[in-house]
Design a binder for this molecule. Structure first.
Ligand code: HEC
Length: 147
């Protein structure tokens, strides 16, 4: 019994220390993870739009919903001082905060449209909306992400 309690205490301690990170590092990791998942879902949509992989309506719709959900996630993790460290976030995210917000709201709008047209099932409209969404990724990266 004593051994068992010790094991529990040890594992709780390990979990505790695994969570006790620097808040800035955690925020950077969280937003990068959100972008990585966004790209993992958006990539196949781009490939379908360009005809590089076969168009699959159901997969398209599923990934479009994922991208829309993910489009809400990175922004809360751009906390103060998190332009320092292992990040490509430019200081302009904070010095031009209104412009950054406008770009991320635009992404949310375009990905909502993407999920909506995917539900409608019009292949041409779905492919066109991938292009509209990709424009927002590019434009924000140009202004707010370093090379
Ligand atoms: C409002 C601005 C903005 C929009 C819109 C945006 N991104 Fe980004 N993205 C960033 C910033 C800033 C970073 C750098 C994050 C960091 O390094 O902390 C980034 C990083 C990334 C990364 C690298 C993640 C990593 O692990 O370092 C990928 C991949 C990515 N974005 C994909 C996308 C895709 C795909 C879209 C469109 C569907 C998109 N982004 C839209 C701002 C944006």
């Amino acid at each position: 019994m004593k051994k068992c309690l010790a094991a529990v205490a040890l594992s709780v301690g390990l979990v505790g220390s695994a969570l006790a990170h620097d808040p800035v590092e955690d925020a950077i990791a969280a937003r990068q993870a959100a972008f990585t998942l966004m790209a993992a879902n958006f990539g196949p949509l781009g490939a379908m739009a360009k005809g590089e992989i076969p168009f699959d309506k159901a997969e398209f719709a599923r990934r479009a919903v994922n991208v829309e959900v993910l489009s809400h996630m990175p922004w809360e993790f751009f906390i103060p001082e998190s332009d320092l460290g292992e990040t490509k976030a430019k200081p302009e995210i904070w010095s031009k905060a209104a412009d950054f917000k406008a770009e991320n709201e635009k992404l949310q709008t375009e990905t909502a449209k993407l999920a909506a047209v995917a539900k409608g099932g019009d292949e041409a409209a779905m492919k066109a909306q991938v292009g509209e969404t990709a424009k927002v990724c590019k434009s924000c990266h140009k202004s707010f992400r370093s090379e």
